[in-house]
Design a protein around this ligand. Structure first.
Ligand code: HEM
Length: 305
């Protein structure tokens, strides 16, 4: 798993105060992260408990499995999925959430191009993908499919909860409507499973996107990673030339990139501040990173002598 931000090796002969960690950029605000986890955790519990409820073979594999407990766990996770995100939205920065949702649900030309390039992109072809913004086409498609599927799962699950599909005492048959709802509810699991598995693969395994895990856990990501994988977003939010791995003394502005000089205000909930690299100013470290580190629950670093 990606370590905490700016973890500096304190190897022999190295004065930790002189080692400048790679610059980082704020990718997700606390509200955005809270919102993600308020959906992700109940969804994972729902998927697992649902599979156990459905497949007797799984139940027999788990020592001490109790169907009643499994069912209650499933219902509690369903309620958490309903109220958790609502609570985060009520207490947090709703403007940032709305902005992120708008970005995620807007499929642009570049996103369609990304989807066409996806097989090459997955094989790490450096030319594939194009000018990705804050989210790529795959992430947008993931949001759309998992969002819609979760809505259908929640609606059908709620109806089944309040009016369970009890078999007719005379015929033993389920009422047609509830039987149909139960099938639809079950089908949402089979849609979500591969989608979530793909999402987990990208977050935990694929080398190209693994860095994003740090973003969803601590809020920040390596600025150079953000520049390479989300170049359009990076240009909108990062200070000019920041986050590029170049030897000291060289210009850090990419050829042809002057967008930063007409950079708009960072989007709500995303300061986009980047810690510059080994310069005297970097040694003092930017307020942006200190803020990001505070956001990530770390104390601010010691000032240099
Ligand atoms: C342990 C489980 C999970 C992990 C480690 C995880 C990880 C991540 C990460 C790293 C991102 C940020 C990607 C970026 O930098 O843009 C993200 C975004 C997101 N996650 Fe999760 N996630 C998990 C479970 C889920 C579940 C269960 C759902 C819902 C079904 C979900 C839905 C989303 C959505 C909609 C986004 C924004 C779009 C995207 O990046 O695909 N996540 N997740």
């Amino acid at each position: 798993m990606t370590g905490p931000p700016s973890a500096v090796s304190e190897g022999e002969g190295l004065d930790p105060r002189e080692v400048t960690p790679p610059p980082v950029i704020l990718r997700f605000s606390a509200t955005e992260r809270g919102f993600h986890w308020s959906i992700a955790l109940p969804t994972l519990v729902l998927l697992l408990s649902g599979l156990f409820l459905r497949f007797g073979s799984l139940q027999t594999m788990m020592v001490g499995y109790d169907r009643q407990v499994g069912l209650r766990l499933h219902l509690v996770a369903g309620v958490a999925l309903l109220f958790g995100p609502l609570l985060v939205a009520l207490l947090g920065n709703r403007r940032a959430l709305a902005e992120a949702a708008r970005t995620l649900l807007r499929m642009e030309r570049e996103d369609r191009r990304f989807l066409r390039d996806l097989p090459r992109w997955l094989r790490n072809d450096p030319g594939a993908g194009g000018e990705v913004g804050r989210f790529n086409g795959g992430q947008k498609l993931n949001t759309l499919v998992s969002g819609l599927t979760l809505l259908v799962a929640a609606a059908t699950g709620f109806i089944l909860w309040v009016s369970p599909p009890l078999p007719d005492p005379a015929t033993g048959a389920l009422p047609v409507l509830t039987a149909w709802l139960a099938t639809l509810h079950e089908a949402t699991t089979y849609i979500l499973l591969p989608v979530v598995a793909g999402h987990l693969f990208m977050a935990l395994v694929h080398p190209r996107t693994r860095e994003s895990l740090r973003g969803i856990l601590f809020g920040i990501v390596d600025a150079d990673w953000a520049r390479r994988h989300h170049p359009r977003w990076y240009r909108e939010v990062a200070p000019e030339g920041a986050g590029e791995r170049k030897p000291p003394g060289e210009s850090t502005t990419p050829p042809g990139d002057h967008a930063s000089s007409r950079r708009p205000e960072p989007p709500p909930g995303c300061s986009g501040t980047v810690t510059p690299r080994s310069s005297p100013a970097a040694a003092r470290r930017g307020a942006g990173q200190q803020a990001a580190e505070r956001g990530a629950g770390r104390p601010p670093p010691r000032p240099p002598p």
